[in-house]
Design a protein. Sequence first.
Length: 370
Amino acid sequence: MMWIQIQYYTKLKNKNHAVLSTKITHIAVIRLSAMGDVAMTVPVISAFAKRHPDIKLTIVSRKFLKPLFDAIPNCEFLAVDTKGRHKGFRGILQLYQDLKNIEIDAIADLHNVLRSKVVRYLFSATNIPTAAIDKGRKEKKALVNLKNKDFKQLKTSMQRYLEVFEDLGFLIDESSIVFLEKLPFSKKTENFAGILFEKYSKWIGIAPFAQHDGKVYPSDLMQKVIEQLAQNSSNILYLFGAGPEEIRQLNIYKGSHDTIKVVAGNLKFAQELELISHLDLMLSMDSGNAHLAANYGVAVVTLWGATHPYAGFAPLGQPNEYLITSDRAQFPLLPTSVYGNIEVPGYKDAMRSILPERVVEIIEEIISEK
């Protein structure tokens, strides 16, 4: 899998501010949401765990994201329940106590939000070393400014995660991060995927949704992409989404095609990961499924609207030609948002500058080489 040259140490300051040395044995790694951001932590955490089996890791995140970490050795999971046990300020104190009970001796805060900040502060007050991600808010704001835009590549999320571990004394060579191993099929996934189609066919995943409309390719154009890909009988298309409304739209995309399967509502998240790891290609928006697929070395074609890869959220290991951005000649203010949640007058149709024919051409060129 991967070999990483890591040197580690950490320094603590006691009450007299003298510098002490201590060996870290148990790190709590905090990243509560969103799915794509949590997915981007996996290659870093996996590499760390394999190189340092003597250091225990506890991932602190939402319960449904646990399958992302199941294959990582010496890695446990603490599910955060923000609507119950860990709700409100008392819940934050409970989270601190839960972590204290499992005897963690360092905090790697990969989220840096109010909840994790309070937990971090409480541990630092007891001389537990902590480090937090620098989200680069200033440079991201400059990237999406409508005036005096500073249009340049920023640090990737993975680089920012690596810096957190570096602050704890763990130096990880970014170039040594590689893809995860493909997951074995469970019986449920095997039956759904239709192994009888045999693997001479090309398996293409399509994830046409995102959290914000500014990142979603227009449905009529996506329909054209799907129809054109379905014309090739050797292509098996798997459609990903979540919730009743998205499932309804996916079934519209599917139509009467036997070679198109709607994954949403038919497989659990852990089973979706099994299927994703065996895809030949994933077509996704700037959203979580892109990162899930990229982690397993799947070719990922992403479509970008209000956002842009320069913000640092491009999926792992994908060539620039796989990142299809809206036309800045037509829409020079792009990117207009870091997360796709800000609407700018006149930019609603920016993604229409990405022609379906171009998307299909790039996909067919990629899978023809597999």
